[in-house]
Design a binder for this molecule. Structure first.
Ligand code: MD3
Ligand code: FE
Length: 239
């Protein structure tokens, strides 16, 4: 099965059905909601509402396979704190943290093995999102998988461990909604809050690439597919 060959294909079909059932053709010229749903969070940061909805089941199945090989774990910061977000990776390089610092590693320190291959459906979806936001040649070498349970958070930080800041980072949100905190390149500036829902994909490039950002403690809730959890995937060009 092709993953997301047509963005929002299933919902588009539903839209057509509803349209046929309505007597008034008020919405004749309107695109389906998820195609209209593209907004700019900040210069260089494009939010594609519901971009991964049409293939969320396939995406999640692929990630579950990855997590069988490289289980989620709570990494320790160089300062000695255990992170509330559980993490794993796929692709040629994976982000790791321990008492000696943050870095990208070719191997999973838990197994000593290479990280699992980045699933093709995930890679292609990330590339389609990047292309739609103006990045035609996006070739991510790393995919970080973050799992949040209620209360888990990610403190304000910059992503600076990659060498290639001209490439964007593509993020995909799945499961429970999160309050994303987005600041500027200066830590002192108060971040703005944005809700990220299941299916949302954000392309973070240009001036937004080095902005401070974080995730507020996850509110409890139940998502029909993921239960009491949120997963976030970030696709990165490390080299
Ligand atoms: C803006 N993850 O893994 S995704 C991270 O929801 C991280 O798990 C958050 O921050 C999460 O480093 C946020 C959105 C995101 C990811 C990377 C960015 C936004 C970004 C890098 C630069 C600017
Ligand atoms: Fe980050």
């Amino acid at each position: 099965m092709e993953c997301c060959g047509v963005l929002g294909g299933s919902c588009h079909a539903l839209g057509v059905q509803l349209h046929r059932m309505s007597t008034l053709d008020l919405f004749e010229d309107m695109p389906p909601a998820e195609e209209a749903g593209q907004s700019t969070i900040a210069p260089g940061a494009m939010l594609l509402h519901g971009f991964s909805l049409a293939c969320d089941a396939e995406l999640l199945q692929a990630i579950e396979e990855v997590l069988k090989q490289a289980p989620l774990r709570h990494m320790v910061t160089p300062g000695g704190f255990t992170m509330s977000v559980a993490m794993s990776n796929c692709g040629g390089l994976g982000w790791v943290s321990d008492s000696s610092g943050y870095r990208y590693s070719e191997r999973d320190p838990l197994s000593g093995q290479a990280w699992p291959t980045m699933p093709v459906c995930c890679l292609e979806l990330a590339q389609r999102a990047a292309a739609q936001s103006g990045y035609q040649e996006f070739q991510p070498t790393a995919c970080l998988i973050n799992e949040y349970v209620p209360g888990a958070k990610l403190s304000l930080h910059q992503d600076k461990d990659e060498l290639n800041f001209s490439a964007p980072i593509v993020s995909m949100s799945l499961g429970l909604p999160a309050t994303f905190l987005f600041g500027t390149t200066q830590r002192k500036d108060r971040p703005k809050r944005h809700r990220l829902n299941h299916g949302d994909v954000v392309v973070w490039g240009g001036p937004s690439r080095l902005a401070y950002h974080g995730v507020a403690p996850l509110a409890d809730g139940v998502h029909p597919i993921l239960g009491h959890r949120r997963l976030n995937l970030t696709f990165r060009c490390v080299g």
